[in-house]
Design a binder for this molecule. Structure first.
Ligand SMILES: [Fe+2]
Length: 392
């Protein structure tokens, strides 16, 4: 990528150099960072490196720095090594906090009344494919039409995002009312908004519900934007927000019996309900009241924690937070399970059979495909930082 600014000066600075750029900004570069990133060390993006930090002299210093005839930044170190840096590369990797090129992606908060983006099942690597993934990144969810109700249709949609993750629920989970209920979703009861799999170290990423048969009454899908709810809490009650972001709590799933669509498991993960990235931006939400273990936090934190939990839960369950819609046979909803909480309204046998297929793809695959499509279509925003999810 061509950048407009050039380096007009390389001056000594503490443990390295300071670059002066034609637009007036300054960049501090440490001698160890420079030596580690010398282009002679290989290609970091492809993990094709011949240089290792093991070989770095911790006391290395820069003895001279200047600008080459072609505008390159020339550095000589105390160990005699010389580096030549492309200024565009330096601009792209500028570590100054104000210059980090990866800015958080703009998201559109979703609440009752917001129309979710809706697309027809696109063909792989098409512009429509990019539009679908962009929509999910921005709104947290999108509705996809014209998805054939055969299992191949589910597979085709999933393949646009990545490889389906196989878990103890299998690869594709059929949500139907079962006479012998093993899992709560197999009833016709309402499901309160939740994220799936909070009891896993890495919960489900990008999930999809594909409708094969719809109940004629009830069984509407609910989606609640966990990022929007967390942001509203941060604004109104920052102390409650901090408690939910800083205190890890247990999530559990324990079953000793196995069935066709589920194995015996004893999964336990401790994690905060709200995950933040290094800039304290909301990166993930993990919330499923039915899967919370008994709180094992410090007794002195019980009061503040419960008050924060009650407030967050009330906001999640407030009808004004939820988009409610029906998905019909041949439609699917794709959603970010670490941002959007999903639920459903109750339905009864009088509405006929209801059958949804559920599967999930890890969110790093979704983001990887999105970045690649943006590169292919030369779309701006390829460097935007996408929320990494509930990593903690
Ligand atoms: Fe669920």
């Amino acid at each position: 990528m061509e950048l407009e600014t050039t380096v007009i000066g390389v001056d000594p600075y503490d443990d390295g150099v300071i670059l002066r750029w034609s637009d007036g900004r300054r960049t501090r570069l440490h001698s160890l960072w420079l030596r580690d990133n010398c282009p002679s060390g290989g290609d970091r993006l492809k993990a094709f490196r011949t240089f290792s930090v093991v070989d770095l002299d911790p006391d290395l210093s820069v003895v001279s720095g200047g600008i080459g005839e072609d505008g390159s930044v020339e550095i000589e170190y105390s160990d005699g090594h010389r580096s030549s840096f492309d200024p565009d590369w330096l601009a792209t990797h500028d570590p100054e906090p104000t210059r980090r090129r990866s800015k958080p992606r703009r998201i559109t908060p979703v609440r009752a009344g917001v129309e979710l983006p809706r697309v027809s099942l696109p063909s792989p690597r098409s512009r429509g494919h990019l539009e679908l993934l962009d929509a999910v990144a921005e709104y947290g969810a999108a509705i996809v039409d014209d998805v054939p109700t055969e299992e191949l249709g589910t597979e085709s949609l999933a393949a646009l995002i990545g490889r389906i993750r196989e878990t103890d629920f299998g690869r594709i989970f059929d949500i139907v009312v079962e006479p012998e209920v093993w899992e709560f979703s197999q009833t016709g009861l309402a499901l309160d908004p939740h994220t799936d799999d909070p009891y896993r170290y890495t919960p489900s990423g990008t999930s999809m519900l594909h409708c094969v048969e719809a109940s004629t009454s009830g069984g509407d899908t609910l989606l609640v934007d966990g990022f929007a709810v967390a942001a509203s809490l941060e604004e109104d009650d920052p102390d409650a927000f901090d408690v939910l972001a800083e205190v890890s709590i247990p999530f559990v799933r324990h079953r000793t019996d196995s069935v066709d669509q589920g194995e015996d498991v004893h999964l336990v993960a401790h994690a905060p309900i709200i995950s933040l990235d290094r800039d304290r931006e909301i990166a993930g939400v993990r919330f499923h009241e039915r899967s919370m273990g008994t709180l094992d936090i410090d007794p002195s934190m019980m009061g503040p924690y419960y008050r924060a939990l009650i407030e967050f839960s009330r906001r999640i369950n407030d009808p004004s937070a939820a988009v409610q819609f029906r998905i019909e046979p041949g439609q699917a909803v794709v959603y970010d399970n670490q941002r959007m909480l999903h639920g459903r309204t109750a339905f009864g046998p009088e509405g006929g059979r209801r059958h949804l297929r559920l599967c999930t793809i890890d969110r790093d695959q979704f983001h990887s495909r999105l970045r690649r499509l943006r590169e292919d279509y030369d779309r701006p925003g390829v460097d935007e930082r996408l929320p990494a999810g509930s990593l903690s």
